[in-house]
Design a protein around this ligand. Structure first.
Ligand code: PLP
Length: 422
């Protein structure tokens, strides 16, 4: 029982035994396996159990664990470069690759996490517009920055209420909450605060209330309102970037955000983040402009090399996206058929290789309220059953499962068979 021994000892030295809360599996009341090895689509725990991994480090591992090109890039770099805190050719390579292959990014700033990317993007938008208020949507997660840790309250026009101890009222008084996929809600927010709104930040396909894709008309209305009111539109593509399509969710909807945030896949599995947009917006950043943002480790050469290897591989092998879409469709169909046969009330939301199985009688999940109404106890039982059958999924109803390049049809069949046995 090495898993349990290690996890129990970890609790003595790290709060909850983890370095990020969801890893403790509290929502599903199961002790988390302690992972020691990853290989392609599989991970192995300290008790030598093998799992088909549908978490993929919460998104980054789209190429599978320890992809040889990413590993070689890391090894080759760290022989001669670990950290300089100085300009490097490899950071230029990655920046240029991103700016020249994505549509709405002329310039980019590298940081070290998704949280850093979104909080910096908001500061930039405030600096550009000279306004303070930001709008976020109930159920969207943009990292642990204070201004984002606001509960939805009753939704429309709700001024922020702290959703986390240690967050002062002042930190969130400029955060407005609107309802996802609700045009009326966002119109009301703009009607009341339009001239004060620096930016609207949104996950164009949310993965943090479970997968809930935005409706096209909703994003179009949001884009229109931002333009009409001189507010910037920030697409948080930390999860969706390079995943739902190489060019992210914005390419699926045909919308051009002013700023886009990235992390996860763009670092090839190493700690990373970035935000980018139009040149005239990005040039507000120090040292050219007045918005100060900095980082000792930003643009770290090993991270840049891993990211460059991962992104160029994805860019040059478009069949990866065909493969994961095909497996995603197969998995969705298989789960829906199995649930129907068993009379299980579920809704499967999916966008390409991002998916969530919701346990609900309601027949749809399009926003936070509908997501929250799902049967989390049933999800917990389902999760435990799947884990015991060698399927490693997110330990919460409000997360996404991810399919990657190394998953096979056989892995998907095993998932569906396990659902049939639930
Ligand atoms: C959409 C989105 N934005 C931001 C973040 C925060 O990223 P990080 O955990 O790298 O700080 C996450 C993390 O899951 C995310 O899903």
């Amino acid at each position: 029982m090495r898993n349990l021994e290690i996890f129990n000892e970890s609790k003595e030295y790290m709060p909850g035994g983890v370095n990020s809360p969801v890893r403790a599996f509290k929502d599903v009341n199961v002790n988390p396996p302690v992972i020691k090895k990853g290989e392609g689509a599989y991970i192995f725990d300290e008790d030598n159990n093998k799992y088909i991994d549908f978490v993929g480090a919460w998104g980054p591992m789209i190429l599978g664990h320890c992809d040889k090109d990413v590993v070689n890039a890391i090894k080759n770099t760290c022989d001669s470069a670990i950290a300089f805190g100085a300009p490097t050719d490899i950071e230029l390579k990655l920046a240029k690759h991103i700016c020249t292959t994505l549509d709405n990014v002329d310039m980019i700033r590298m940081v070290n996490s998704g949280t850093e990317a979104t909080m910096s993007a908001v500061k930039l938008a405030r600096g550009v517009t000279g306004r303070n208020k930001i709008v976020k949507f109930a159920g969207c997660y943009h990292g642990h920055f204070e201004g984002f840790l606001v509960s939805a309250g009753s939704g429309v026009l709700t001024e922020g209420i702290p959703g986390c101890a240690g967050v002062p009222e002042e930190s969130i008084k400029n955060t407005l909450i609107a309802n996802y996929n609700d045009c009326e809600s966002i119109r009301e927010v703009f009607q009341k605060y339009g001239e004060d709104i620096a930016a609207v930040i949104i996950e164009p396909v949310s993965g943090n209330m479970g997968v809930v894709p935005a409706e096209k008309e909703f994003l179009e209305e949001l884009d229109r309102l931002c333009k009409a009111n001189g507010s910037l539109l920030i697409f948080d593509e930390v999860m969706t970037g390079f995943r739902v399509a190489y060019k992210g969710a914005q390419s699926l909807y045909g919308i051009k955000p002013d700023i886009t945030t990235f992390a996860k896949i763009m670092g090839g599995g190493l700690p990373c983040g970035a935000y980018g947009g139009r040149k005239e917006v990005m040039e507000y950043l120090s040292p050219i402009g007045p918005v100060y943002q900095a980082g000792t480790m930003s643009g770290n050469p090993i991270v840049m090399a891993a990211g460059y290897a991962a992104l160029t591989k994805l860019y040059n092998n478009t069949e990866i996206y065909t493969h994961i879409e095909k497996l995603g469709a197969k998995l969705q169909k298989g789960i829906e058929e199995a649930a129907k046969e068993k009379g299980l009330p579920i809704v499967v939301n999916r966008c390409g290789s991002m998916m969530t199985i919701f346990f609900t009688e309601k027949g749809r999940v399009t926003n936070y309220e509908e997501a929250k109404a799902c049967d989390t106890k049933m999800y917990a039982a389902f999760f435990e059953h799947m884990l015991n059958n060698g399927i490693y999924m997110a330990p919460s109803q409000f997360e996404a499962l991810f399919i990657g390049a190394k998953h096979t049809e056989e892995d998907i069949d095993k998932f569906i068979d396990a659902v049939k046995r639930f």
